[in-house]
Design a protein around this ligand. Structure first.
Ligand code: ADP
Ligand code: RBF
Ligand code: MG
Length: 371
């Protein structure tokens, strides 16, 4: 049995940002870690305290509540959540949803996602137990409702309090940190993964995913474009692997729907042509960048640079999470392996059909039907 909680509460950040502005404060992201996995009241208390707001937490919450409520329909599932739920429920694995949010709010959140209600045999809300996470109570209650021993349950969690709660309940815990670059803090989890795409159900005695094809995971195609910008100048120089960087600016919602990682697809340069492409999106753990970068390596020998040119990408599949490496050589070897896998996979009809996508060769800024 599986217990989980996972919706991206980007909405929470958006709403809080607006409110802080009203009090003349600026949201700086430091509280994201403090609010994930909390009840709304606990989260409000944390923010009131952190920012020294001149109001009580109840007052703050009363003000926030209607705004959150109106935003419930905009909360997106974590990337890969729908695929995972579909897979496990297709194999008859009993699942429960256990969240610190009040039950009513959980129910309205999931009502916006088709089929979600039926995936869960039990839902436990924060208002149905005496203490929310990090107390184990919410997970113990979920196990009870599913008629399972806690020790036979797997918890999938995106928050620190949730990981603590799951371990305290005597369950196996997979952490999927929702705050980037915080993986090292989740040491009490049995496994930390970068995204739900990386979950290996067979490690937990569950049926393995069957949608991987020749080392690649097909995704719904997604589209991103922009002028090629200057990066750190180390792709060609340090790795011998040039990457035509795109700016992550203006793509924040697209990037929150897709985890950091290594992807592949097709790249179009309007005056040159369409090429196979393998890319990384993220913080380059080996170099530990402060900013996220988008770095496609076009699988073609060019005789010149093309900085400033409009680059259009159709991303069709996922390969692996970005990881750190013990040496530069091992990073380079891995990227060349990514290249071989992508090059070969892109000849499969499933992927090659996207080579003719008009998006790749269409003229500038005609993205309206692809956003
Ligand atoms: P930067 O750090 O500025 O991105 P790189 O060393 O990664 O520098 O080099 C990237 C540049 O090299 C690209 O912007 C592009 O102009 C050029 N380039 C040449 N061949 C390729 C290729 N096959 N794929 C990507 N970029 C290439
Ligand atoms: N950087 C990492 O630190 N870890 C990775 O796993 C990683 N994988 C990559 C895979 C591909 C296909 C490409 C093109 C790049 C990857 N990089 C990775 C990014 C690399 O560090 C980056 O392109 C260079 O630092 C140049 O900025
Ligand atoms: Mg580059």
């Amino acid at each position: 049995m599986i217990c989980f909680t996972f919706m991206i509460d980007g909405v929470v950040s958006e709403v809080l940002k607006g409110f802080l502005a009203k009090y003349g404060k600026q949201w700086d992201g430091r509280e994201a870690q403090r609010i994930v996995g909390k009840t709304p009241l606990e989260a409000a208390a944390a923010v009131v305290e952190e920012y020294g707001l001149p109001c009580g937490k109840e007052e703050f919450l009363a003000e926030l509540h209607p705004v959150f409520y109106a935003q419930l329909c905009n909360i997106k599932p974590l990337p890969g959540a729908s695929r995972l739920l579909k897979h496990l429920s297709g194999h008859g694995v009993p699942m429960a949803l256990a969240s610190n949010s009040p039950r009513g709010s959980i129910e309205s959140k999931i009502s916006y996602h088709q089929g979600w209600k039926d995936y869960f045999s039990a839902i436990v809300g924060g208002d149905e137990v005496t203490a929310g996470k990090p107390s184990p109570e919410i997970f113990l209650e979920a196990a009870k409702r599913l008629n399972r021993e806690p020790s036979s349950c797997l918890v999938i969690e995106d928050s620190m309090p949730g990981v603590t709660a799951g371990k305290a309940a005597g369950m196996e815990v997979v952490a999927v940190p929702s705050v980037p670059k915080q993986a090292h803090l989740y040491t009490s989890a049995d496994v930390v993964i970068n995204s739900l795409l990386d979950l290996q159900p067979e490690k937990w005695g569950l049926p393995p995913f069957q949608d991987w094809i020749e080392g690649t995971l097909p995704t719904e195609p997604w589209y991103i474009s922009g002028p090629v910008i200057k990066g750190f100048g180390r792709g060609s120089k340090v790795l011998g692997i040039p990457t035509a960087n795109l700016s992550p600016k203006g793509h924040s919602s697209l990037l929150s729907e897709h985890p950091s990682g290594v992807y592949f697809g097709w790249a179009g340069l309007s005056t040159r042509g369409v090429y196979k492409m393998v890319m990384s999106i993220g913080w380059n753990p080996y170099f530990n960048n402060a900013e996220k970068t988008i770095e496609p390596w076009l699988l073609h020998e060019f005789t010149e640079d093309f900085y400033g040119e409009e680059l259009r990408l159709v991303i069709v599949g996922y390969l692996r999470p970005e990881v750190n490496f013990p040496s530069l050589e091992s990073l380079i070897a891995k990227i060349h392996e990514d290249k071989r896998i992508a090059e070969r996979a892109l000849d499969l009809p499933l992927y090659s059909k996207h080579k003719d996508d008009p998006y790749l060769s269409s003229s500038l800024h005609s993205e309206s039907n692809h956003s």
